[in-house]
Design a binder for this molecule. Structure first.
Ligand code: C2O
Ligand code: CU
Ligand code: CU
Length: 431
């Protein structure tokens, strides 16, 4: 903390290397240790300052994905950090407890920077400690799980070449969790909370457990669900998060696995964009004795209530042909303005053959409907990124808080990073 009580973090963006596989070390990029970054953590009500120093060989930015903060602190393409410079955004945390993340956002180069290893988790805590009964010992029974897929070339370097034929950018054949291949976690408590973050460029995962046992979904992008939802699958497209609680017996082994995702695409598109793939993600190894965990609380959080499905739509976003509403991202064009404090209903629809999702900066949203129907349980909490299956209109209610700035835009975009970099992105201001 500094003299005025602000929580201060220092991040150093730098080139590094990691011994990920037998043979040569893999050149990486990252924060602090040269690959990925430390988990940052602060409670609602705290003011944070992050000193980000760029020791890379090119300009980058650092965006706080899911954070409600002034546009000038957001770390999008308009807040470049030049080589050798330090950028020190500061803001007051004012949103419910959630699993957020940070990553670069330089226009046209986001995919490359993230793929090389620039990503970390940012956990927002509730100052009260949150609902009693949720596992919360970091690294013990509350574990960050940053999932990325990579390809390696013959020299153990990350292979950045995209499979252009699939149209989504790079899909890897090797899964890394927190930057580790073939990872495992030693489970010492009866219940373990996994904070899943899909930090991959293009791949959508459909997480489940190897023996098919159900788990409790307790949180999504913007915070805890109203109540735990028991399920055996949770699908996450790039940028999305989920918190799940897994219950184990002593000495068990379980594998968190990704099953073929439901992309809602045609047979060939699905096959070429990872729709057939099964991948092991993380092994859970239970100790012979597990500390007992309390039962999960029945109520976790207030349900989102900022909008209603009354049929009104204020704005429509059509995702197709590497554009949104037939426009390619232009750094000098503001697509629209939103009045602060006003709830708008946005309709998102993907109309070409490729998989897409939709993310908006500076806020979180309430899902009102998916294809005209009430949202499924996994979409009943706060979201900031949502998968958009082809031809299925999604309506969300969104509101921007106290931070008006007519001169600095926030971004909205497809979070498949190749699409984003191709210009499937736009800008809006809050006035
Ligand atoms: Cu996670 Cu605009 O990004
Ligand atoms: Cu974001
Ligand atoms: Cu897309």
């Amino acid at each position: 903390r500094d003299g005025s009580g602000r929580r201060v973090f220092d991040l150093r963006a730098a080139v590094g290397s990691r011994r990920l596989r037998p043979g040569r070390p893999t050149p990486t990029w990252g924060f602090d240790n040269g690959h990925l970054g430390p988990t940052l953590r602060a409670a609602r009500g705290e003011t944070v300052v992050v000193n980000v120093r760029n020791e890379l060989t090119e300009t980058t930015t650092v965006h706080w994905h899911g954070m409600h903060l002034p546009a000038s602190m957001d770390g999008g393409p308009h807040q470049p950090i030049r080589v050798g410079a330090t950028w020190s955004p500061s803001w007051r945390i004012d949103q419910p407890a959630a699993t957020l993340w940070y990553h670069p956002h330089p226009h046209g180069r986001t995919g490359q920077h993230v793929y090389r290893g620039m990503a970390g988790m940012f956990i927002v805590d509730d100052p009260s400690g949150g609902p009693p009964g949720l596992p919360g010992r970091y690294g013990v029974d509350d574990v960050p799980v940053i999932v990325q897929d990579k390809n390696f070339d013959g020299d153990n370097r990350f292979d950045e070449a995209s499979r252009l034929i699939g149209g989504v950018g790079v899909l890897g054949d090797t899964v890394l969790v927190n930057g580790t291949i073939a990872p495992y976690h030693d489970v010492t408590a009866e219940r373990t909370r996994l904070r899943l973050l899909n930090a991959s460029n293009a791949r959508t995962y459909r997480f489940g457990l190897s023996d098919g046992r159900p788990f409790a979904l307790v949180g999504t992008d913007g915070g805890l669900l109203p109540a735990p939802h028991t399920t055996d699958r949770i699908q996450l497209s790039p940028g999305e998060r989920a918190e799940i609680v897994v219950t184990m017996r002593p000495s068990e082994r379980l594998v968190l696995r990704s099953h073929p995702p439901e992309l809602g695409a045609d047979f060939w598109t699905s096959r070429l964009t990872g729709g057939d793939d099964t991948l092991d993600v993380l092994e859970l190894r239970a100790a012979p004795r597990l500390t007992p965990s309390p039962a999960l609380p029945g109520v976790l959080a207030e349900p989102p209530r900022i909008g209603s499905a009354d049929g009104r739509v204020d704005r429509r976003f059509e995702l197709a042909n590497f554009m949104i509403n037939d426009r390619v991202m232009d750094m000098s064009r503001i697509d629209f303005g939103v009045a602060r404090g006003v709830t708008e209903v946005w309709e998102i629809v993907s109309t070409d053959l490729l998989p897409h999702n939709f993310h908006a900066h500076g806020t979180r949203f309430q899902v009102l409907s998916v294809g005209g129907a009430a949202p499924p349980p996994e979409l009943r909490g706060w979201k900031d990124t949502i998968y958009a299956p082809r031809q299925v209109p999604i309506r969300v209610a969104v509101r921007f808080g106290d931070q008006a700035d007519p001169n600095t835009p926030y971004m909205f975009h497809c979070h498949l990073l190749y699409h984003e970099d191709q210009g499937m992105m736009g800008q809006f201001v809050v006035t």
